[in-house]
Design a protein around this ligand. Structure first.
Ligand code: CA
Length: 418
C-alpha cells in the first residue's frame, strides 16, 4: 500500500476511534445522568423516613452504579452464569468443608467462653441458643476477621436501580439512609455485594426492626460489639419464629426402601412418623419425646450422594436469615460442633457439580412434563431435587434426585414424544 493510502487509512481509523470514544462518553454521561435522576427520585421517600437533605447528599456523594454486581437486570446484557454466591455454585462437600468447619468450631468454643455472660442473657431474652448465634457470626464474617470491601450504599443503590428485586432494595436503601441519619458512620456501611452490614451481615431493614444494645453501654454497635451483634441476630431469629429449646434438625439414616424423592417441605410430618417409617438419628441416640412430636421435612442437599437430614422449624428459621439449604446446614452443623458434637456420619460422595444450563434445562423440561418447579433458575433447591427424584421413579430410572446430563437427555426425549 502506498504511504498516502496508509496515511488515509490511519486517518479514517482515528476518525472512527474518535466517533466511538465520543459515543461511549455520551452513553456514559447519559447513564450517569439517568442514575442521578434515579437517586433524586429517592428523595421524597427518604425525607418521609426522616432523612435530612444533608445526610442524603453526603450518602450519595460520588456514588456511581457498580455494574459488576452479578445477576443485574440490564437490558441487552448477556446473562451471567449463576449468581456467583458460594451457596449455589459450590458442591455440598466443598461448601461444608470439614477443615473449615473444624477450625471455626475450635474458635467458636473459645468465643463461647469469652462471651458467656452476654450469650446467657441473650439466650434467656430470645430463646435462641448460643451455639447457633456464634455459628452465624462465624459463618458470616469468620468472627469479625472478614471485612467486606464494598460500599453498602453503592451496592444497595445499584440493586434498587438495575437489580432484579428493585422494590426490595429500594426499601433496604432507604433503611440504610435512616441508619446514617441515626449517626452510623458512613465508613461502617461496608458490605459484600448484597448490601448486608455488621459482624453478622444483616440487611438495613432488619437493623431498624431488631437491633438493640446487647452489652448495655447505651449504644448499638453491630460492627464492634459482639454482644450487640449477637443480640440483634437473636432477635431476628426470634422474629422469624425460632422455637426455644429445639434443635435445627438431625442427620438421619434413611431405611433401605426410602428414597430421596420424599425430600422437601410439602412432605413434612412429625419426627415420630419418620421414625415409624424407619428413619433413625445418625448419631445412634434416640429422639426425645419432644423431638418426636416436632414437625420436620427430609432434606438431602446432594440427593443420593450425601447425608440425609430431618429439618425442623429452626432450620426453616435459619433459612429465612439466608435462603439456602447449604447455608442453613452449615450454620446448624457448626452450631452442633461448637456444642461439642461432631462431623456428618454419612460422607459426601465425590461428584461433579452440574452446569447451570443443565439444571435449567431439566427444570424447564420437567415443568413441561408435569413436574412443577418453583422457578427455572438453574439452582438445585429442595423441590428441584424432589421433582427429579419423582421423575426418575416414574420412569424407572436410578433414583438419585440429582441433575445430570443423563436425566436431561431422558427428559428431552420424553418431551419430544409429547
Ligand atoms: Ca452496645
Amino acid at each position: 500500500m502506498p504511504i498516502k493510502g496508509r496515511y488515509f487509512q490511519a486517518l479514517v481509523a482515528a476518525g472512527f476511534a474518535i466517533v466511538l470514544c465520543t459515543a461511549a462518553t455520551i452513553a456514559e454521561a447519559k447513564s450517569n445522568q439517568d442514575f442521578r435522576a434515579f437517586v433524586e427520585g429517592l428523595w421524597p421517600a427518604a425525607k418521609a423516613a426522616g432523612v435530612s437533605r444533608s445526610t442524603f447528599d453526603q450518602a450519595f456523594a460520588g456514588v456511581v452504579p457498580d455494574y459488576s454486581i452479578p445477576d443485574l437486570d440490564i437490558p441487552g446484557r448477556p446473562k451471567i452464569d449463576n449468581s456467583g454466591q458460594a451457596e449455589f455454585t459450590k458442591t455440598a462437600a466443598d461448601y461444608l468443608s470439614k477443615p473449615y468447619l473444624e477450625k471455626l468450631a475450635v474458635q467458636g468454643r473459645q468465643f463461647l467462653a469469652e462471651h458467656k455472660p452476654a450469650l446467657e442473657r441473650i439466650e434467656k431474652m430470645t430463646g435462641v441458643d448460643r451455639y447457633t448465634l456464634v455459628a452465624i457470626w462465624g459463618r458470616e464474617t469468620a468472627y469479625g476477621t472478614y471485612h467486606p470491601p464494598k460500599d453498602a450504599i453503592r451496592m444497595l443503590a445499584t440493586l434498587a436501580y438495575v437489580g432484579k428485586r428493585k422494590e426490595r432494595f429500594h426499601d433496604e436503601l432507604i433503611a440504610a439512609l435512616v441508619m446514617l441519619q441515626r449517626g452510623i458512620p458512613r465508613s461502617d456501611m461496608k458490605s459484600s455485594w448484597a448490601g448486608a452490614v455488621g459482624l453478622t451481615q444483616a440487611m438495613p431493614t432488619e437493623y431498624l426492626k431488631y437491633a438493640i444494645d446487647g452489652d448495655g453501654d447505651g449504644k448499638i454497635d453491630i460492627w464492634r460489639s459482639v454482644a450487640d451483634a449477637l443480640a440483634f441476630t437473636a432477635r431476628q431469629l426470634q422474629g422469624k419464629g425460632w422455637v426455644r429449646g429445639a434443635r435445627w434438625g438431625y442427620e438421619v439414616i434413611p431405611p433401605p426402601h426410602a428414597d430421596c424423592s420424599l425430600e422437601g417441605p410439602p412432605d413434612a410430618r412429625p419426627i415420630g412418623a419418620w421414625v415409624k417409617m424407619g428413619f433413625r438419628k445418625a448419631s445412634g441416640r434416640p429422639f426425645t419425646k419432644a423431638e418426636l412430636a416436632a414437625d420436620a421435612y427430609l432434606m438431602m442437599p446432594a440427593g443420593a450422594y450425601g447425608p440425609a437430614f430431618l429439618a425442623a422449624q429452626n432450620f426453616r428459621v435459619i433459612r429465612l436469615y439466608n435462603t439456602s439449604d447449604l447455608y442453613a446446614l452449615f450454620v446448624g452443623n457448626l452450631g452442633d460442633r461448637i456444642r461439642g458434637e461432631g462431623d456428618f456420619v454419612t460422607p459426601w460422595k465425590a461428584f461433579a457439580q452440574p452446569r447451570t444450563r443443565t439444571v435449567e434445562g431439566i427444570q424447564a423440561r420437567l415443568t413441561q412434563l408435569g413436574y412443577p418447579m418453583d422457578k427455572i433458575d438453574g439452582k438445585i433447591g429442595s423441590n428441584t431435587r424432589k421433582q427429579i427424584g419423582l421423575y426418575e421413579k416414574s420412569n424407572g430410572l436410578t433414583i438419585d434426585c440429582w441433575p445430570s446430563d443423563r436425566v436431561l437427555t431422558h427428559a428431552n426425549s420424553q418431551a419430544a414424544e409429547h
